[in-house]
Design a protein around this ligand. Structure first.
Ligand SMILES: *Cc1c(COP(=O)(O)O)cnc(C)c1O
Length: 366
């Protein structure tokens, strides 16, 4: 029984549902004869800023660049420290390292999977410049608590919102709580392009202007370079496709929420830790992540029933070879390490039929 009957995520189904609109949007860009930045990118930037209730959006090449150029715009560099969750995707850490700064891990609340504000102040030193909360798996971090700590210590807040398009914190969409918010539109995200894409949103006009310069070779005026920048421009083909998909984001997030509610009902009573949602959080349900002590056998059982599952993430950043030089010993960050051993992401996406949840629950029970 090897043929997959319930895929972890069906990316093509999203294209099929919107094929007419997407094809027309892509053809519009090809017919325009304009293939770098331009009106299509500007239109997406305005529409996404509006969606997030943020003053500004700057379209970029990917989510890692959004974090990296966001940190650069905040003037974070060598000798600086940035507080980051111990249990995030490695991109959050890499963006900090790319600036020459040091990622300083803080452990999550094991119930919500997000950075635990009660642990942040102990990690602040005279070198700390910013806090980078990650809205992991689509659930917003406790932004009021984090912003209050940052204000008290004169720190910046740059949010990693790569997994949380459309999530709400205390009823308000995320996208402008911190100084800068970084987004990825990697195909598998809630708002996904047909290739790499990313953006930052902010209410700070000067920060937005700085990222705009950094993404385009440090240039405001063609062939006049004010600083040593990068090439990280949002592709107009991706912008055109994202404009179509943005119109369906709330609808698709609602479908994800229905599936998450079905999981909560159908998995109750199993020996699994289900995601806990604080009453102030409306997650975007990017992933449905359970924790289990016998994860390997559960994953095997799902596979035997043709059900896809993934692990986000099997190795925390501090235990990756990439961070060997940081010398953070095993056992130093026990919550992140326990999560890496226990987490399991179940199938979830706007095109997964609700009936599949009962099938998945039955397989887990078998
Ligand atoms: C996807 C992701 C990123 C990086 O986005 P890319 O577009 O792949 O560069 C950063 N942080 C988190 C939490 C992510 O899930």
């Amino acid at each position: 029984m090897n043929s997959v009957t319930i895929p972890f995520l069906d990316l093509k189904a999203a294209y099929v549902e919107l094929k007419g609109e997407i094809d027309a949007a892509v053809a519009r860009v090809l017919d325009s004869g304009w293939y770098i930045l331009g009106t299509e990118v500007e239109a997406f930037e305005q529409e996404f800023a509006g969606y997030c209730a943020a003053g500004h959006c700057v379209g970029l090449a990917n989510g890692l660049d959004a974090l990296h150029l966001g940190l650069r715009a905040l003037d974070i560099g060598a000798g600086d420290e940035v507080i980051v969750p111990s249990n995030t995707y490695i991109a959050s850490w890499l963006a900090i390292s790319q600036c020459g700064a040091t990622p300083v891990p803080v452990e999550p609340d094991p119930q919500t999977y997000n950075i635990d504000p009660a642990r942040i102040e102990a990690a602040i030193t005279h070198r700390t410049r910013a806090i980078m909360p990650v809205h992991l798996y689509g659930q917003p971090a406790d932004l009021d608590a984090i912003v209050a700590i940052a204000r008290r210590h004169g720190l910046r807040v740059i949010e990693d919102a790569a997994q949380a398009h459309g999530a709400r914190y205390r009823g308000q969409r995320i996208g402008a709580h911190g100084d800068l918010v970084a987004w990825s539109f990697y195909p598998g995200k809630n708002l996904g392009a047909f290739g790499d894409a990313g953006a930052v949103t902010t209410n700070d006009a000067a920060l937005a202007a700085r990222v705009r310069v950094l993404r385009n070779y440090g240039s405001r005026v063609k062939y006049i370079n004010d600083e040593a920048g990068w090439n990280s421009r949002l592709d107009p083909l991706q912008a055109a496709a994202l404009r179509v998909k943005l119109m369906h984001l709330d609808d698709w997030n609602a479908r994800r929420r229905t599936l998450a509610n079905a999981y909560a009902q159908q998995l109750a009573g199993l020996d699994l830790q289900l995601p806990q949602v604080p009453d102030w959080a409306e997650p975007a349900w990017h992933l449905y992540v359970v924790q289990a002590t016998d994860r390997e056998s559960l994953q095997k059982r799902l596979a035997e029933h043709g059900i896809g599952s993934l692990i986000h993430y099997p190795i925390p950043p501090h235990r990756q070879q990439a961070y060997a030089a940081a010398g953070i010993a095993a056992g130093t960050l026990p919550i992140a390490e326990a999560m890496a051993d226990r987490v399991l992401s179940l199938p979830l996406g706007p095109h997964l039929p609700t009936a599949a949840i009962a099938q998945i629950a039955a397989a887990l029970r078998s």
